[in-house]
Design a protein around this ligand. Structure first.
Ligand SMILES: [Zn+2]
Length: 99
């Protein structure tokens, strides 16, 4: 589309990317019940600017009011997974000790 780049297949029709050059996927909730105090949703984003086209994962955090949206780059998204897994291993080991 813009800059001759291909349009990502995951881009949601409501993203309004033709006007903003920011492609956004539908957001996937991670809250298992839906009534958690802080709810997190995740999606993909890609911005068509210049030749590099930064992309990554969008963190959407809300506590009942307007969500905060933070587009993080792919490298940090991958690092986030590693850090989360490491932290969860520690937390799970602790929970097993306490149980
Ligand atoms: Zn798009």
């Amino acid at each position: 589309m813009t800059n001759g780049k291909t349009h990502p297949t995951w881009c949601a029709p409501e993203s309004d990317c033709a006007a903003t050059a920011l492609h956004l996927s539908r957001l996937r909730p991670v809250a298992p019940r839906g009534d958690e105090v802080i709810q997190i949703r995740l999606g993909l984003w890609r911005m068509d600017v210049g030749r590099l086209s930064p992309s990554g994962v969008l963190l959407d955090l809300s506590a009942g009011d307007e969500p905060e949206r933070w587009p993080i780059d792919l490298m940090q998204a991958h690092a986030l997974v590693r850090v989360l897994q490491d932290l969860l291993r520690t937390a799970n080991a602790e929970a097993r000790r306490v149980a």
